[in-house]
Design a protein. Structure first.
Length: 169
């Protein structure tokens, strides 16, 4: 099926090596707009994005030496009493939109987990001066890929059931 959106999803791959070329401001803005277009539970939009390019801050949060990191944070004051864990889903949806937008714009990226590892959460929170009500969910490292990036076919029909668990087509 020819469809540019599906093609973008199917060809996105994690990128771990980047050139030193900075990411243009308008591209960063486009990725942030895509992130905020993600759905969220009861439309709470509990996310906050910290855009990091400064070398000293990057040194504390950037595992793969990309020119840009976006820290996806969750504002615990923008949640409900019941279902407060939904903010994890909300942040994950926004994160995927960033990764898909980066790929569509000719960049590469990789999601590096922060939550729920306490020492990593504390290190990242300190590096970007997060207030106590904010949880760092992940660091998305973004840049222009160094070398060719080949996506992996992750389709596995064993992970699909129809109508009831275990029922095949």
């Amino acid at each position: 099926m020819e469809n540019p959106v599906l093609e973008n999803m199917m060809t996105r791959a994690s990128v771990r090596k980047f050139t030193n070329q900075p990411v243009e401001e308008e591209i960063i803005d486009a990725m942030l707009h895509a992130a905020m277009a993600a759905p969220s539970a009861v439309n709470k939009q509990p996310w906050h994005f910290v855009v990091v390019t400064h070398p000293s801050v990057q040194a504390n949060i950037n595992q793969y030496r990309s020119p840009l990191s976006i820290v996806v944070c969750l504002d615990t004051t923008k949640t409900m009493q019941m279902g407060k864990e939904w903010i994890l889903c909300d942040g994950s949806l926004a994160s995927e939109n960033i990764l898909l937008a980066a790929h569509a714009l000719g960049l590469g990226g990789i999601w590096t987990a922060v939550f729920p590892v306490t020492d990593i959460m504390q290190r990242v929170s300190k590096a970007i001066a997060l207030p106590d009500n904010m949880i760092p969910l992940n660091v998305i490292q973004i840049g222009y890929p160094e070398g060719e990036v080949k996506p992996t076919n992750k389709w596995n029909p064993d992970n699909v059931s129809y109508d009831t668990f275990g029922r095949k087509k």
